[in-house]
Design a protein around this ligand. Sequence first.
Ligand code: AMP
Length: 130
Amino acid sequence: MASIFTKIINGDIPCYKIAEDDDHFAFLDINPNAKGHTLCVPKKEVDKILDMDEASYMKLMAFSRKVGLALEKAVPCKRVGMTVIGLEVPHVHVHLIPLQSMANATFQHKENLTPEAFEKVAEEIRAALT
Ligand code: AMP
């Protein structure tokens, strides 16, 4: 069965889209650690990041770097943290999280955003990409 992220990539489930290329898709995390928390996902479904072949892994990192640089421009923060976990969704994804403090990196403190706030930050990140 398709993963929830494949359903998002295929447009079967809505998301706040940030970017896409032939092999990757980026969108806002729906339960963010901080405003602007973004997930970068390879379109090919692989469960664990270390199971990716090296070339695909490097391409995912290059895509995540591009999105991360835009995020850093768009959302005021001390730095953008990159994390890979995957305990909830078994489809590789890189978390890009604007950090003010360690609390934003712990996945224990969540930010409540309205749909308008999600859309606004998505637009700001997209604008910083161009
Ligand atoms: P993990 O697999 O532990 O790295 O966490 C999966 C992440 O995906 C969590 O931060 C969730 O909030 C996020 N997530 C799950 N479903 C969705 C969705 N439909 N749209 C955006 N983010 C999601």
